[in-house]
Design a protein around this ligand. Structure first.
Ligand code: ADP
Length: 373
């Protein structure tokens, strides 16, 4: 009998061990950070994802009070200790269904850097309602926060960019239709011209928005590929925009500039965007050069201006969606921060590259390169 009991116990022990290993594997392979606290709020266990998120190692943390490890730079609601003081555990122990407590904020990692996280605390209670431990699930919400931020930038940009042309159109239209004034035909023509320009601006804004949301949904730009002569295309863009600007715009292409395979409409959008930016972000009277060069493998087109330039730490960011440099010049210039984002997406769709070089006080040059085959 005793031997049978011993064998049975050994089997049970084996099962428990297996179960423990299974739980440890689940815990350690979870993408979310997990930590388990003792009832006195000291650490009982942490998993690998939590180590990676916070920079703390299990060996250093086990036994430490929670408050020594979970330090906040910014906290959006009550932390665990405050929730307990306010009766969270008392409340949950009388309930059938156990309530969770959610905390969100910027955690100070062990290396001093901040990380936006959300922690969900759930108490583990024994059958008689005693607190056995508190299980915490930690989620990195950096991307979620970024998306939220982007959405609010989006709304305020669109609000501003849509309202301005609409206000101008409405102003001119209601002036023209006043019954008590006889307008001269030249005045009518000029005002109609302004209304038309603003309507065009609205159209291109809506087109940019549609293209941007399409790129986001489909993750690519669809191209209608044909032979494109970029020298001609640039000359047309310059011709179109030259009349509206007060800059000295020059073309500088070598002889026999080769054609490439590409989408004419999209490439025109690229050149127009780079040229419009050069006009917007450099003073009147300065020179803007649109030029090209080529080798056996690729062609490069550049747009150079003599404006204020772009600080080196912002050079990558200007291609981000809705990104606008926060300086005096940009603030007084209209824009959505979508132009260069679209330019980059279009050039990438052509298997090309886009880059920018800039010297503060001397100007910026944007380059795009497209393979010749
Ligand atoms: P938008 O011009 O509508 O703001 P873009 O995506 O075309 O958006 O450009 C993003 C930002 O990059 C601009 O807001 C501006 O701050 C900066 N930028 C773009 N082109 C230039 C340039 N040629 N010189 C200086 N700054 C520029």
């Amino acid at each position: 009998d005793q031997a049978a009991i011993a064998v049975h116990n050994a089997q049970l022990y084996g099962h428990i061990n297996e179960e423990r290993q299974r739980l440890a594997a689940i815990l350690n392979n979870s993408g979310d950070g997990v930590f388990i606290l003792n009832p006195d709020l000291t650490f009982q266990q942490i998993n690998r994802a939590f180590e990676q998120m916070t920079g703390w190692r299990a060996d250093d943390v086990i036994g430490l009070p929670k408050a020594d490890v979970i330090e906040w730079d910014k906290l959006e609601n009550d932390d665990l200790e405050t929730a307990i003081e306010k009766g969270w555990l008392k409340y949950t122990s009388h309930q059938e269904r156990v309530d969770i407590h959610y905390v969100e904020g910027d955690l100070i990692r062990r290396d001093g850097m901040n990380l936006s996280i959300g922690i969900t605390y759930a108490p583990l209670l024994s059958d008689d309602g005693r607190l056995v431990s508190i299980i915490a699930n930690v989620r990195d919400i950096t991307n979620f926060r970024r998306a939220q931020e982007m959405q609010s930038v989006f709304i305020s940009t669109i609000h501003h960019e849509l309202r301005t042309p609409i206000a101008i159109i409405k102003g001119y239209a209601s002036t023209l239709r006043r019954d008590d004034v006889e307008w001269e035909s030249s005045v009518i023509r000029d005002n109609m011209g302004i209304i038309e320009d603003e309507a065009d601006r609205l159209t291109s804004l809506v087109e940019d928005l549609l293209t941007a949301s399409k790129i986001q949904a489909e993750r690519e730009v669809k191209l209608n590929v044909e032979d494109v002569n970029l020298e001609q295309l640039c000359a047309r863009s310059v011709g179109r925009l030259d009349g509206q600007s007060h800059h000295n715009i020059v073309l500088s292409f070598p002889e026999n500039f080769p054609t490439v395979q590409g989408d004419k409409t999209r490439l025109r959008q690229v050149v127009d965007n780079l040229l419009t930016n050069a006009i917007k972000y450099s003073p009147k009277g300065k020179t803007i050069t649109v030029g090209g060069r080529f080798n056996d493998k690729s062609i490069t087109v550049f747009v150079r201006d003599e404006g204020e330039g772009i600080p080196s730490d912002k050079l990558d960011k200007v291609f981000d969606r809705f990104y606008r440099i926060d300086d005096k010049l940009t603030r007084k210039t209209q824009g959505t921060g979508l132009g260069l984002y679209l330019v980059k997406a279009i050039i990438n769709a052509h298997h090309g590259d886009i880059s920018v070089k800039s010297t503060i006080g001397h100007g910026s040059t944007f380059y795009f390169t497209i393979p010749r085959d």
